[in-house]
Write a protein that binds this ligand. Structure first.
Ligand code: ZN
Length: 301
């Protein structure tokens, strides 16, 4: 009997430890950001950070490659996990590769933060969408979180507009079924279909840096790709997300983590050149490039 009591007690302690949250800024604007423990408090490569165009290194990579992002997803699932709205259940592997990435990364889930977590040139945007990818060489997210090349998150910031965003609208239309506290962690189907690339503006300019998950465990396993191009959203649309409950009769009005120290990390601003015929030739291989180089040289002589 005592033994069972000890187990019950430990389980309680565990569940208490897994509860974490954001400051209630409605109640108190100055409420300190809570300590989440572990790496969240003592890590040196934490996210989010402020991204400056001026302070960034300039980088050149091959173009990012997106596979199946344009495929209409007709049976996506949505869940209110008490910290965000999260989408999953993609019909086929959505694969991201190229750029500075060392491997193929497949989309695991998509979720939102209201206000944005990253700031660009000290500006905070009303919404940030995170498209979370796992390195295909690891079988699952918890394994991937142990390795610095384990996860890539594509971050998309949204700016205020008077024109509703259609892709965001197709998510909002199904929000009612997961908003209440009683529905936490119970998945619902998204009625409208949606292609993931409808959530992503042009990818020709982005910041990339080595950072962490922005929620516990704050694992330092994330290659961040934060696009500088933003998408429009109305404040009315963002306000719909703010109505989801995280406790009985308590709405999640903000779910962004405070900015973290850069700690001398390299933040690279990648400006993709227009894909010219010269770029295409460079993918044909060094041998041919050398030959062409020689030919051009000869021609100039
Ligand atoms: Zn996130």
């Amino acid at each position: 009997m005592h033994f069972l009591a000890v187990i019950a007690c430990c389980l309680l302690a565990l569940s208490a430890a897994s509860e974490w949250g954001y400051p209630d800024l409605d109640n108190n604007q100055d409420e300190a950001f809570p300590k989440w423990g572990g790496l969240c408090d003592n890590g040196k490569k934490q996210s989010p950070i402020n991204l400056h165009v001026k302070g960034a290194l300039k980088g050149e990579f091959s173009a990012l490659k997106f596979e199946n992002f344009d495929e209409e997803q007709g049976s996506l699932q949505m869940v209110n996990n008490g910290h965000s709205i999260q989408l999953s259940g993609f019909a086929h592997d959505l694969t991201l590769s190229g750029g500075g990435l060392v491997s193929d990364y497949v989309v695991e889930q998509i979720h939102m933060h209201w206000w944005s977590e990253h700031t660009i040139n000290d500006i905070r945007y009303p919404l940030e969408v995170h498209i979370v990818h796992r390195n295909k060489i690891y079988p699952n997210m918890s394994m991937a979180a142990n390795f610095k090349d384990g996860i890539t998150v594509l971050g998309v910031l949204y700016h205020v507009s008077n024109t509703p965003n259609e892709a965001i609208d197709s998510i909002i239309k199904s929000l009612d079924s997961v908003k209440s506290y009683e529905r936490i962690n119970i998945p619902a189907h998204i009625e409208d279909s949606l292609a993931v690339d409808d959530l992503v503006p042009s990818v020709d300019t982005y910041f990339t840096y080595a950072g962490s998950l922005t929620t516990p465990t704050c694992a330092e396993a994330v290659t961040w790709i934060v696009l500088t191009n933003t998408f429009p959203v109305t404040l009315d649309q963002v306000n719909q997300f703010k109505e989801i409950e995280y406790e009985k009769d308590k709405q999640l009005h903000n779910n962004y983590r405070e900015l973290q120290s850069e700690n001398n990390r390299a933040v690279v601003l990648v400006v993709q050149q227009e894909r010219s015929s010269a770029d295409q030739l460079s993918t044909l291989g060094m041998g041919l490039t050398l030959l062409l180089g020689l030919a051009v040289h000869k021609f100039q002589l």
